[in-house]
Design a protein around this ligand. Structure first.
Ligand code: ADP
Ligand code: ASP
Ligand code: MG
Length: 411
């Protein structure tokens, strides 16, 4: 007998019928003799609905009250799932994040888990109950309710699995696993039988919304065996583990993408030694997250610096740059929005030179202009026009043979 943590995302609990279906998945594990902790998200799109309600009242809602509001979504699901289990004759109890001992830092909207007091969950499990926990929420030291960032229920599940030393953490969702790219955009996307923690972490950070990046971080740090699988079909999903041996030696294992990227160029800066540090220290102090950075000398004493930000952060970025124009000493700012980031990821790249070159060649062949580039050992990211995003992903998916992946079933 083992302990299994299951997590059901929004669409998988989007109606009472789906909640019943989730309950059956829980029951199947109970019947197999396992203890079960279930983490659930808010029903369907209800978190978005709550966000819209707040926006109807104010453009700038208090972050504390947003957390208070959004935490209600998951609370609806936990009670309904516990009821569905009880109606089937299984003992179940629901816990909010704080009841489940989910302690976070005091940051609203994107809090990190700092500790889990799992005693209450353990007590309920020993009493033979299924424990249903609200994902995405926690409590800070000073008793404020916090949330973990959009998509954060995955992180609740994996963190609980790590704390409880669960045998397995199953993420049930609306796709049957992790695909070579988002199957909603690319019809030739293929399910992967397995993927390594490092590759999955890159994909998640680069926009593959199937898993919350911090969930993958937890899984890697605590070696939690993780599986992403369908809440509808009864088929095996994708195993995320240390180094994946499943696929044929693919150099590129997946493609991630995100739109809403803007490039900001600060022109006419002096090419002094401290220019770079001054500009990025200023932005960091104002909490602006900068992604790709390119510096280019334009003439002997001048340089220009381009960097990418999320389009949502553009107005704040420009505001900060203008406010500090005197100290930064630049001539002008140029911005280009409607951009997207397309990234290829695969641990095989480490030992295969020429992957970036091949990526650029494929994009050039499709007449897609690359505006920015960044690389790491296992990824190459390019910034392209938003209108070229899906075309770029499809071309790369084809060129790197991802349409040929066959997800051999694992046991
Ligand atoms: P949940 O509500 O279950 O947490 P999400 O919407 O957060 O579900 O994540 C599942 C979605 O992730 C899929 O519907 C799919 O469109 C998207 N997705 C993005 N990249 C991938 C990928 N590489 N593989 C599978 N799904 C992906
Ligand atoms: N309900 C939250 C969201 O929609 C958390 C989650 O689903 O993981 O982002
Ligand atoms: Mg999700």
């Amino acid at each position: 007998m083992g302990l299994i943590v299951q997590k059901f995302g929004g669409t998988s609990v989007g109606s009472t019928e789906k909640i019943r279906n989730a309950a059956e998945r829980v029951i199947a594990e109970r019947e197999a003799g396992h203890d079960v902790v279930v983490v659930v998200s808010a029903m369907g799109k209800s978190t978005d609905v709550l966000v819209d309600l707040a926006k109807e009242l104010t453009d700038d809602p208090s972050k504390r009250e947003m957390d208070m509001l959004l935490a209600t979504g998951e609370q609806v699901t936990i009670s309904l799932l516990a009821m569905a289990l009880q109606a089937r004759g299984y003992d179940a109890i629901s816990f909010t994040g704080w009841q489940a001992g989910m302690k976070t830092e005091h940051v609203h909207g994107n809090a990190r888990i700092v500790d889990i007091d799992e005693s209450r969950i353990k007590e309920a499990l020993s009493a033979g109950k299924v424990v249903v926990v609200a994902g995405f929420q926690g409590i800070a030291d000073d008793l404020h309710i916090t949330t973990l960032g959009r998509g954060g229920s995955d992180t609740t599940a994996v963190a609980l699995a790590a704390a409880l030393k669960a045998d397995k953490c199953d993420i049930y969702t609306d796709v049957p696993g992790v695909f070579t790219t988002d199957p909603r955009y690319v019809s030739s996307a293929r399910k992967l039988a397995g993927i390594s923690y490092d590759e999955m972490l890159e994909l998640a950070n680069l926009g593959a919304g199937v898993l919350h990046p911090r969930a993958v971080e937890f899984a890697k740090n605590y070696q939690v065996p993780l599986e992403v699988r369908s809440s509808i079909e009864n088929e095996s999903g994708t195993l995320i583990e240390e180094e994946s041996s499943m696929e044929q030696n693919l150099v590129v294992r997946g493609i991630a993408f995100e739109d809403q990227i803007t490039r900001v160029t600060v022109c006419g800066l002096s090419s002094g030694l401290t220019t770079l540090s001054t500009i990025f220290t200023t932005l960091a102090k104002q909490n602006i997250n900068v992604d790709i950075i390119i510096q280019s000398a334009t003439s002997t004493n001048q340089t220009s610096i381009s960097f990418s930000v999320k389009t949502d952060d553009l107005s704040k970025t420009v505001e900060v740059l203008e406010e500090y124009k005197g100290a930064l000493g630049y001539e002008q700012i140029e911005t280009e929005s409607k951009l997207a980031k397309v990234s290829i990821v695969g641990s095989g790249m480490v030992s295969n030179p020429g992957v970036a070159a091949e990526m650029f060649a494929v994009l050039a062949q499709k007449d897609i202009q690359v505006k920015m580039v960044s690389t790491s050992e296992i990824k190459v990211s390019t910034v392209v026009g938003r209108d070229d995003m899906v075309k770029a992903v499809e071309a790369l998916h084809d060129a790197f043979d991802l349409s040929k992946v066959s997800a051999a079933a694992h046991s």
